[in-house]
Design a protein around this ligand. Structure first.
Ligand code: PA5
Length: 448
């Protein structure tokens, strides 16, 4: 059984059956590179069998530390950026709610920091925490990402002011490399509790490691069930038979569309709780594929909201877009459209329906309108938003992008382009080691 139904009816007028047939040898090659660890970046492919080999001691440690945070604190501040942030935020919204912090009663609220350098955001978050007891989970695989490290410095100071030096140490969990990096050195010297980001898994593939699992466990998400879902993903999305492997079908559809000039993909959903799923997906796709002047540009849309913002562009703008809609069949709780005797708002025709039926019908209507407007439409359909489905969905997209990256002939597991901004920023900030570049960048700033 798969938790995901991949539906490509909405691309039938854009892709012919023989085009899938013709791609089969390349798909087989891409799978071989991945499964035999012969492709570029193969040192970072441990996510492929991660869930089925999950270390039980690590699982128990994550659960123990989550309990400790829950017992100690009303607030957990999760500090990290990119792959050290988006997975946990996406899972929290998907499984709980974008309003989790407002709805949680006896549990621990979770706020995210270190994903920007905004002075205002940082001070506002400190204000929000106020006098509530708090703990910090600082996450950085490299252990030296400026945004996360700087935010950690502020929160460490706040912890020390509140709880003293030893009390602060007792409220910090560092998730980082097992032996290298500035954060690892600091954690070992100071005596923080630590969790490990495995060597063989890159940041954007790390949501099913301690990186994503600790914050999830603090929010009472059943992490064993999430891992069980990912294990289902291993069973369902490694098949070499295109007709049986939805992740392969998705990768193939995207590639064929790209070759026809559809170079932007919109990941759309009709549930606000999936907005951050799209943010996680954008990093996964963009950072994996966007190399050597190739790759599909990952964009996202939240419906209905965006139908009234850039919906006009999707319907009638440049025809280089395609859409992948994540649809949820059963919402956790539905609600009847209220009946009124006077029909002042003209909505009597919706009486007898539930709100979700209206939402699903709107989704059907938009799919027809977009296909008619020349936007190929793929659907990733899930029955419900539960832990198993989340794990399988994560695996589905990770597998697809790995195959897709090898189809593009690039290394899907590195991110060399992320360094460019850092070099310029460090030179302008006069970081030691960047002395020779400093003046060059300062002069260039005058011409920008
Ligand atoms: O996918 C990646 O590797 C990156 O996006 C990283 O997750 C991001 O740059 C954060 O890096 P780090 O965890 O080393 O602080």
């Amino acid at each position: 059984m798969t938790a995901i139904q991949f539906d490509s009816h909405g691309v039938q007028s854009f892709i012919k059956e023989h085009e899938y047939e013709e791609l089969k040898p390349q798909l087989a090659m891409a799978q071989q590179l991945l499964f035999e660890k012969k492709g570029a970046g193969s040192d970072y492919t441990d996510w492929v069998n991660w869930a089925s080999n999950f270390n039980q001691q690590e699982l128990q440690k994550i659960q123990r530390l989550a309990k400790k945070v829950q017992n100690q604190s009303k607030v957990l501040v999760v500090i990290g950026i990119g792959g050290s942030y988006l997975g946990a935020k996406m899972a929290l919204d998907f499984m709980k709610s974008p309003w989790y912090n407002d709805l949680v009663e006896d549990g621990t609220k979770i706020y995210f920091a270190g994903n920007n350098l905004s002075a205002m955001a940082l001070q506002q978050l400190l204000q929000v925490i106020g006098d509530q007891d708090f703990s910090v989970n600082v996450i950085s695989k490299s252990g030296q990402t400026t945004e996360a490290a700087l935010a950690f410095r502020f929160f460490k100071q706040a912890l020390e002011e509140r709880y003293g030096r030893d009390g602060a140490v007792d409220r910090i969990i560092a998730t980082t490399d097992k032996e290298k990096g500035t954060l690892r050195e600091e954690a070992d010297t100071a005596g923080y509790e630590t969790l490990v980001v495995p060597d063989g898994i890159g940041g954007r593939f790390s949501v099913l490691t301690a990186v994503g699992l600790l914050p999830m466990a603090v929010a009472e998400i059943d992490i064993e069930a999430v891992l069980a879902g990912a294990e289902k993903g291993e069973e369902n999305y490694c098949s070499t038979d295109l007709s049986k492997n939805a992740a392969l079908q998705y990768a193939a559809s995207r590639r064929i569309l790209y070759d026809k000039g559809y170079t932007t993909e919109i990941l759309a959903s009709w549930e606000p709780s999936l907005q951050y799923f799209a943010e996680w997906w954008k990093q996964l796709m963009g950072e994996s594929e966007g190399k050597n002047l190739k790759g599909i540009y990952p964009s996202s849309a939240n419906y209905s909201t965006d139908l009234h913002s850039f919906g006009q562009y999707i319907q009638e703008g440049r025809r280089d877009l395609f859409e992948t809609v994540v649809r949820v069949d059963q919402v956790a709780s539905d609600i009847d459209v209220p009946k009124t005797p006077e029909n002042a708002d003209g909505l009597a025709y919706l009486e007898g329906k539930t709100l979700d039926q209206v939402n699903q019908t709107a989704a059907d209507g938009v799919a027809i309108a977009h296909v008619d407007g020349g936007v190929p439409n793929l659907v990733v359909r899930i029955a419900k938003q539960d832990e198993e489905t989340l794990g399988e969905l994560i695996y589905f997209f990770e597998m697809s992008v790995a195959i897709s990256g090898y189809l593009f002939g690039i290394n899907p597991f590195n991110q060399p382009g992320v360094e460019a901004y850092k070099t310029a920023m460090f030179a302008l900030l006069e970081k030691p080691g960047y002395e020779s570049e400093s003046q060059i960048y300062k002069n260039r700033l005058k011409n920008i």
